[in-house]
Design a protein around this ligand. Structure first.
Ligand code: 0CG
Ligand code: SF4
Length: 318
């Protein structure tokens, strides 16, 4: 194959969303302001490189608040926590900075509001994911998790005229709509969330990859295995017609065999992925004569979030 047939389509938007940027900057600023160690409950965002880099700078990642010494500072991750976790932190006199993405907090508030109105809440999301644990924890008596098609076929409600669906922010848009259709077939009076729970970053990244996938022999998605939104990009690429697609944390994980006979490689990354990791992938491909890189832009994202109030206050007082 001649090199002129080798090209790269680079998705835009890709990589960091506003919530991830805010969470990572929160931890960096906390390190600067208070000095290490800074404790973080769970991975601040689901990216190996980000977590390792922060660990080297003095962050101690813990699974639960009871691993944080009494009175110390702990940051809650971008994926959100249940009220019970806030309570446990208060009982241990921990100082907390909440880096929950405001778009996750929005879903928490919806769960609280519909529970208060005594709705049955069907929360579409992935079992075991931290975000759904946090959201469900807002109203454990009212929320039921719907993960698989079987869940949607089986779930029972008390009053079919008082049911609402909510969702995790980082799901496949298409798959979620399938679940909703399935639920609505069983519960025709099912209410929709007041606004989309799947966030702008998740849907924009899926749309971009969907647009380029039909032209791609291979789509490389940079992201970690525990990153829901990154994993969804591989699925979307395959569903939209990419001949193959893989999730990789680092360029060195690219298997040379994947490139055999490949003329167009699509490249994108999840919302928790710093762009230098994508640049490493482009360099790897350039070394193998994939020199023509075309950016496929399907949206321009301008959204940014202010840092958590508790941190801003301390930064201001110098
Ligand atoms: O996509 P999920 O929710 O698993 O999280 P990740 O940290 O990868 O990115 C968005 C956030 C927070
Ligand atoms: Fe917030 Fe969406 Fe980013 Fe999650 S993926 S941190 S919900 S903007």
């Amino acid at each position: 194959m001649s090199d002129t047939t080798k090209r790269v389509l680079l998705a835009k938007p890709r990589g960091y969303c506003a919530g991830v940027d805010r969470a990572v900057v929160t931890v960096e600023k906390a390190l600067e302001k208070y000095g290490p160690p800074v404790y973080v409950r769970k991975e601040i965002v689901h990216n190996k490189h980000v977590v390792e880099t922060l660990r080297e700078r003095g962050v101690i990642f813990v699974d639960q608040t009871d691993e944080v010494p009494e009175g110390a500072l702990v940051v809650f991750s971008a994926h959100g926590v249940s009220p019970q976790v806030h309570q446990e932190a208060a009982e241990r006199n921990l100082r907390t900075i909440d880096a929950t993405c405001p778009l996750v907090t929005k879903v928490h508030m919806e769960a609280r509001r519909f529970a208060r109105d005594d709705y049955d809440i069907l929360l579409i999301g992935h079992e075991g994911h931290e975000e759904v644990e946090g959201t469900a924890g807002e109203a454990p008596d009212h929320v039921q998790l719907v993960d698989t098609a079987e869940d949607a076929a089986k779930v029972q409600v008390r009053d079919p005229s008082k049911v609402i669906w909510l969702s995790q922010t980082t799901l496949s848009v298409d798959e979620t709509m399938e679940r909703v259709d399935q639920l609505r077939a069983r519960f025709p009076m099912l209410s929709d969330p007041p606004s989309d729970d799947i966030c702008y970053a998740t849907s924009n990244r899926q749309y971009a990859v969907k647009t380029m996938a039909p032209e791609c022999d291979l789509v490389l998605v940079v992201g970690s295995q525990n990153s829901s939104n990154s994993k969804r990009l591989v699925e979307v690429a395959l569903q939209a017609g990419a001949k193959a697609s893989y999730l990789i944390d680092f360029a060195h994980q690219i298997d040379e065999a994947w490139l055999t006979g490949v003329s167009t490689v699509g490249v994108t990354s999840g919302a928790s992925v710093p762009d230098n990791l994508v640049m490493d992938v482009l360099a790897f491909l350039a070394d193998r004569d994939y020199l023509d890189v075309q950016e496929i832009t399907t949206a321009n994202e301008k959204i940014a979030f202010a840092l958590p109030r508790e941190l801003r206050k301390d930064l201001k007082t110098g």
